[in-house]
Write a new protein. Structure first.
Length: 157
């Protein structure tokens, strides 16, 4: 799905469904949102760029879940014209899970996030689920340029 920047500024709401074979009341998950194309798909020199980590996520049937923000949501600010991927990955947490220590994942520390190392250190299992959307500057260019096509890729004379 191709998103517009204004659509991704607010923190997303999300839910997950129960994983077959796991008790939804006792199984918890971690959501990690990264940009594997930062700052653009042609030269992803800042990948993975960390946008969000939420732990202790449970399936939507658990209304009393107590999610924790490990890294606060940082909305996408794509620098490239070409759309790139913003990826959501869901990992199952081991029993007695404690997130690895962080530097609060400030903006300057989020570039070149080592997703594999984080998953290994946290002993997360998976990913067991995921999704993504694409976003780039081309959608915004159409707001300013007469004759821009609806998908932002081409122009009509």
């Amino acid at each position: 799905m191709l998103m517009k920047i204004a659509e991704t500024v607010p923190e997303p709401t999300f839910s997950i469904t129960s994983e077959k074979g796991f008790n939804p009341a006792t199984t918890k998950y971690t959501l990690i949102m990264v940009d594997p194309d930062a700052p653009g798909p042609a030269a992803p020199i800042l990948a993975d760029f960390l946008h969000w980590i939420v732990s202790d996520v449970q399936p939507k049937c658990i209304t009393t879940q107590q999610r924790k923000q490990v890294a606060m949501y940082m909305f996408p600010t794509p620098l490239s014209v070409s759309p790139h991927r913003y990826t959501f990955l869901i990992y199952r947490q081991p029993p007695n899970y404690v997130p690895p220590p962080s530097l609060n994942y400030l903006p300057g520390v989020r570039a070149k996030f080592d997703l594999a190392a984080y998953v290994k250190e946290a002993e997360l299992i998976g990913p067991v689920g995921g999704n993504y959307y694409r976003e780039g500057q081309e959608q915004n260019a159409c707001l300013l340029l007469k004759g821009c096509t609806q998908d932002g890729v081409g122009y009509v004379g």
